[in-house]
Design a protein around this ligand. Sequence first.
Ligand code: ADP
Ligand code: MG
Length: 256
Amino acid sequence: MDGTPALAVKNLRKTFGGITAVDGTSFAVEAGKMTGLIGPNGAGKSTTFNLITGFNRPDSGQVLLNGDDITGKQPYEIADRGLVRTFQIARELEEMTVLENMMLGPQHQSGESLWRAVTPGVRSSVKRDEEKVLERVWEMLDFFDIAHLAEEYAGNLSGGQRKLLELARALMTDPDILLLDEPFAGVNPSLENRLLEHVHELREQGYTFLLVEHDIDLIMENCSRVLVLHQGKLLADGEPAEIKADERVIEAYLGG
Ligand code: ADP
Ligand code: MG
């Protein structure tokens, strides 16, 4: 450990027309920890995720992954370097099985098949890679206890099973850092606990998490560090106990 954060953003800024979604935000995420990102609706949380993962390009500022500048790179390049986000299962992927969903690369999780994208000339090496991919698929399905659902259509899964699949799929490339945008939305409490157990187990294995979640108590109980965004700016950054006692945070949430 040399103290370089797993992820850092510096003076990140993004406007949409007249709206400033992210307004000069800077923060760092420590490796191997679970960091929470909270803030009222419209605070810029999702936009921040999009800027980090390459789905939006910042107007200015930098994104550093293990100290390397990845600002403006494509989502698949960023995934290759070990940073991924979860995706809700797109409508067209509901008609594919769990297994087929798992076979899609992170850049294709909105629809396009990984194998169709490969040119014929390199198919033989892909054939060998396919075995490795399948091995990883079953490893992840086992880890999340959804191997028995491999042949099930994604559209037939319960809300909680979908969330497990979304996490399993994001882990296919064996990333170092996972960004989760409301991974527990619509999940019942017992499944939420199961998902959380999996996340903590992964964190203990060394994965780094940045988590956006509406449920403040969940963030406070499960994260060692909390970042608070308000109107596109970082309002507070600290341990849960500090954040809970921070007057500015309380005010921002009460509509200040
Ligand atoms: P959060 O996830 O914290 O609720 P967002 O990042 O989704 O906040 O949004 C921050 C602000 O940016 C909001 O005012 C939102 O309306 C605006 N915004 C986000 N994405 C776009 C977009 N693609 N086009 C226009 N405005 C957007
Ligand atoms: Mg959002």
